[in-house]
Design a protein around this ligand. Structure first.
Ligand code: GRF
Length: 219
């Protein structure tokens, strides 16, 4: 099986990108990261990519007339590397519907909540304000609706009495990394597909998202 060609979109810190690179380097993930693209030229994620000798590309949204023009340019550059999969890993921009449509089933996002709970921003603070018993992260297919595409896999952690939004985010982050690596691993093994709003694993429809187990596997 050929290595999955991946393009990563990131706007910030790039710790999820680092997790993918590390898993690849350890031989745990049969991917080639063809490009890291960003809407923020100063994003740490781009420095992480350069350090790992991965091609990078950044465009300033302010230099374009509107969202559609920016997306056409950025995703045109992404398309040029012919990725099998686009991974949004902390990519903080909404993506226009026509571009999403072109990559349907081939673009995923990691989101720090147990979707469908808490789409959008400030997920940790909102879970705490609701006195939720647990929190987590989801990897989902990107569709035109924000954080509302079919969920492939999730990881859940209990909320502690001592959690603040910052502490909860920091405790969740390593689990996010494992979740993203394991989910991209399913794509690398060509085991995941999207059919309408349904996630197919090994060709079979899933009723619920896969869950990350303590040993890092998905079941
Ligand atoms: C992560 O919490 C991810 O779930 C969210 O944005 C954050 C990105 O972190 N979408 P990093 O840039 O990968 O470190």
């Amino acid at each position: 099986m050929s290595r999955l060609r991946v393009a990563v979109l990131a706007s910030g810190r790039g710790s999820n990108l680092e997790a993918l690179i590390e898993a690849r380097d350890r031989g745990h993930l049969a991917i080639e990261i063809a490009l890291v693209a960003s809407d923020r030229p100063a994003a740490r994620a781009l420095a992480v990519a350069r350090e790992a000798a991965i091609a990078t590309h950044a465009l300033e949204p302010g230099a374009f007339q509107d969202r559609a023009a920016f997306d056409r340019a950025l995703f045109g550059d992404v398309a040029r590397v012919q990725p099998d999969l686009i991974v949004c890993a902390g990519y903080m921009r909404l993506i226009s519907a026509d571009v999403v449509g072109a990559w349907l089933g081939r673009m995923i996002n990691i989101h720090p909540s147990l979707l469908p709970a808490y789409p959008g921003l400030r997920t940790h603070a909102r879970a705490l304000a609701d006195r939720a018993a647990e929190h987590g992260a989801s990897v989902h297919f990107v569709t035109a609706d924000l954080d509302a595409g079919p969920v492939i896999a999730q990881v859940r952690i209990p909320i502690a009495a001592s959690d603040t939004p910052e502490r909860l985010a920091a405790r969740l982050l390593p689990f996010e990394h494992r979740l993203l690596v394991a989910t991209v691993g399913l794509f690398a093994a060509r085991r995941v597909a999207m059919a309408g709003r349904t996630v197919l694993i090994d060709g079979r429809a899933r009723e619920r998202p896969l869950e990350l187990a303590a040993d890092g596997s998905l079941a």
